[in-house]
Write a protein that binds this ligand. Sequence first.
Ligand code: EPZ
Length: 427
Amino acid sequence: MDRLRIKGGRPLKGEILISGSKNASLPLMVAALLSDRKLTLHNVPRLADIDTMIQLLEQHGVEVTAGPGENGHARGTTLTLHAPKIVSTTAPYDIVRKMRASVLVLGPLLAREREARVSLPGGCAIGSRPVDLHIAGLKALGAEIDIDGGYLVARAPKGLRGARFTFPKVSVGATENMMMAAALAKGTTVLDNAAREPEITDLAECLVAMGVPVRGIGTETLTIDGVTSLQEASHRVISDRIETGTYAMAVAMTAGDVELVGGRLDLIEAAVQTLRDAGVTLSKTDRGFRVHRTNGALRGVDVMTEPYPGFPTDLQAQMMALMTRAEGASMITETVFESRFMHVPELARMGANVTIHHESALVRGVPTLRGAEVMATDLRASVSLVIAALAAEGESTINRLYHLDRGYERLEEKLAACGADIARIRR
Ligand code: EPZ
């Protein structure tokens, strides 16, 4: 298994190109299941999770071709997805267990084929992550759903019917599943308390390009008029706001100065405010924005994760890594997932001072971190250890690199180009 070796202490300087969003790309790819016409997606990042999604969609009958990217550029990938016929309505355990986003095929398959069998994803390192909201929503559209042999078995013999559904809790995945199911349901669907993440807006805009009327885009009430057929469409994936925030925090951690090309401040406003409060400078440029911290120490700030537009849970671990070196204390409260503090014991191995009280972590800044051998159990926890290692004295080794490969395109290349002493050790 590959590992990452980092020698800390070098400020990051230069520019980093932000990739297309992983969490926008996955549902956008699934949307191809709705249509017998081609869907072309530009700016899809090249990541392990994207490959897993291709594998899943291909076994459902989607023909996927990958081009080199926009304007013949090697960065980013253009994917063309075409599902003239669905050949299987089963999403098998072997693929779903690798990537929870696989559950997004449930709504589209049910809407198009009137049946779907999707493996239950099981537990995961950041919490139990049930799928009850996906089930309740699809039932409201007329689906019958049972659990049999570890699979969700869904049927809608007469097709799905539009309905009004209020999410009892905000869920990104359940909102996406419902939007896609509603696209082919008979009549109008109104989704209240829908998630408003930029990835939801991106999916809504792609559905509109495919010929589905969606109103209320960007608000907590989405209205979707079901259609009987869709049109050929192409769509450019938004830039990855979590990758953007991650690199902004890495630059702040090393007291560096980097332009994040393609990064959008407007997609991470809560994190931008938090970073400014902590003493980091972020300023818009023609190509994205510049982040720098050249003078003064970091200040401890409190953070609470919330659904968009609040502070994203997917940046919580990285923010905690940053706060380990701040002056004063920082209270970090996780309200989205129940056990997303797996990075805490690993940060402690590097000398961080963090105490957990239920859903909050109290971080007391320390003057120095020391390099260590660490490992993490999920994507964002892993990258928080990279951030800590970039500022730690001496050498760190990060194990279980496959987590990082799921969500960060060419991470070591991007950091090395800004002066980090970082190398992948293959074995
Ligand atoms: C998406 O996961 C993202 N994944 C996650 O990013 C992200 O952390 C999360 O949204 C929150 O922003 C993708 O987009 C592929 P949710 P999702 O449904 O859709 C509970 C990363 O690191 N819930 O919004 O699975 C759930 O347990 C990943 O890139 C139910 O109770 O998240 C959680 O506490 C990790 N029942 C909360 O809602 C349900 O049926 C929010 O989850 C569904 C969710």
